[in-house]
Design a protein around this ligand. Structure first.
Ligand SMILES: [Ca+2]
Ligand SMILES: [Ca+2]
Length: 83
């Protein structure tokens, strides 16, 4: 009986924290930010063509999105196209 009660209390305490985290992440993240993080496999904050390849929308227009033609897509370059 006691372990169950402790478990319920832990759940009740952690649930609001998780909800708050979800809300702040959703409101702060620009559109496509989650997809960007998923594609940025080496976490350097930019996408190479091979990283962007799984997303046809990015890979098909990689050169157009890559506005400074450095061979990488930044979140800002992608956001400019998404908007
Ligand atoms: Ca990368
Ligand atoms: Ca670029």
């Amino acid at each position: 009986m006691k372990p169950i009660l402790i478990g319920l209390i832990a759940l009740a305490c952690s649930a609001p924290a998780l909800a708050a985290e979800g809300i702040s992440a959703a409101s702060e993240a620009p559109p496509g930010a989650q997809a960007f993080r998923d594609l940025d496999t080496n976490r350097d904050g930019r996408l190479t063509f091979s990283e962007a390849f799984p997303n046809p929308r990015l890979s098909n227009s990689f050169n157009q999105i890559d506005q400074n033609a450095d061979g990488f897509l930044t979140a800002a370059e992608i956001a400019a196209v998404v908007r």
